[in-house]
Every structure is written in C-alpha cells, then in structure tokens.
Write a protein that binds this ligand. Structure first.
Ligand code: GTP
Ligand code: MG
Length: 171
C-alpha cells in the first residue's frame, strides 16, 4: 500500500492527566499494554490513522521532568495536550505550563495544531470541556488551530474525534 505520511507529535500535560493511557488506547488492540505506570523522562510511541503514521513523544508530566519538554519542540509538528478535568486544584498549573509552551521560541511563531483532551470525563466531579477551555483561556490562542475534546482515556471515548481533527489539520 501507500506509505503513510509521518508526523511527529508531542504529548504534553501534567502528570497523572492520562497521556500514556490515551496514546496506548490509540494503538491497535494487540499492541496495547495493560499496566501503565508514570512515565519516566519520555517514551516514544507510534500509532497510525487512515492516512498518517504518528510518532509520539509521550513526555512525563512530573515537575522534575517538565524541563525536558522544550528539547522536543523543534521536532514537533503537532501537540496533544492532556488535562485531567477532575483536577481542579491544578488547573492553574496546567494553564501555566500551556502558556510556557505557547511562548517558547520554538513554538510561538509556528502554526502547529494543538489538540486538547479534557480527559477523565467519566469521573463524577470532572469539568466539562467548555469549562476546561474557559479556565485555560483557550480562546486567546489566535495563531494556531486548536480543538478540545472531552475524553475517557480508559474506555477510549472521545479519542477518535480528536485524532480525526488532528489528521484533518495535517493534510
Ligand atoms: P505521567 O506519565 O506521570 O505524566 O502521567 P500520564 O499523563 O501519562 O497519566 P497516565 O496515563 O499514567 O494515567 C494516570 C492515571 O489516570 C492512571 O491511573 C490511569 O488509569 C488514569 N486515567 C487515565 N485516563 C483516565 C480517564 O479517562 N478516566 C479515569 N477515571 N482515569 C484515567
Ligand atoms: Mg505517562
């Protein structure tokens, strides 16, 4: 068959937001792992869509590793930014990390698409994607295409919508 176009994606967001869980769920069933542990440093993962072959830099969100993120910004052609919608206390930390990302020299002037997952929508006290979008002030992002989806990384709900959007942005 035709060789799929390769795209480098950065998967960013605070620790425990569900990045690795989401990326794992995007892989074919036989390639998924059952036991997901907090990422140390980062991990390179791959998954495919109908027309694209994604290489994902699944970064650790732990504070002590967040300084690694910027070393991969140049390579990234898209960002998946994951938020734990039930973690109201750290929403402001997620906002700060997003702002740092958006203001970085290697990101600032590039029109790279950003897909947000308002993850853990299954939890009773989780915020809606609209609320998460408001708290992160996403409407202020004027120079990059962005999209937010509510998701459940464990069941895989909402992931396809997000990845379809991302694929449309890249072609
Ligand atoms: P770091 O690698 O430390 O940055 O964390 P991470 O963002 O990769 O989070 P990870 O995928 O390791 O998930 C953290 C925890 O959240 C795990 O216990 C997951 O099972 C759980 N989790 C992930 N997504 C969801 C979700 O949509 N709903 C619920 N209820 N739990 C989730
Ligand atoms: Mg992880």
């Amino acid at each position: 068959g035709l060789k799929k176009k390769e795209v480098h994606v950065l998967c960013l967001g605070l620790d425990n937001s569900g990045k690795t869980t989401i990326i794992n769920k995007l892989k074919p069933a036989n390639a998924q792992t059952q036991d997901i542990v907090p990422t140390i440093g980062f991990s390179i993962e791959k998954f495919k869509t109908s027309s694209l072959s994604f290489t994902v830099f699944d970064m650790s969100g732990q504070g002590r590793y967040r300084n690694l993120w910027e070393h991969y910004y140049k390579e990234g052609q898209a960002v998946i930014f994951v938020i734990d919608s039930s973690d109201k206390l750290r929403m402001v930390v997620a906002k700060e990390e997003l702002e740092t990302l958006l203001n970085h020299a290697d990101i600032k002037h590039r029109r790279i698409p950003i897909l947000f997952f308002a993850n853990k929508m299954d939890l009773r006290d989780s915020l809606s994607s609209v609320k998460v979008s408001q708290l992160l002030c996403l409407e202020n992002i004027k120079d990059k295409p962005w999209h937010i989806c509510a998701s459940d990384g464990l069941k895989g709900e909402g992931l396809q919508e997000g990845v379809d959007w991302l694929q449309d942005q890249i072609q």
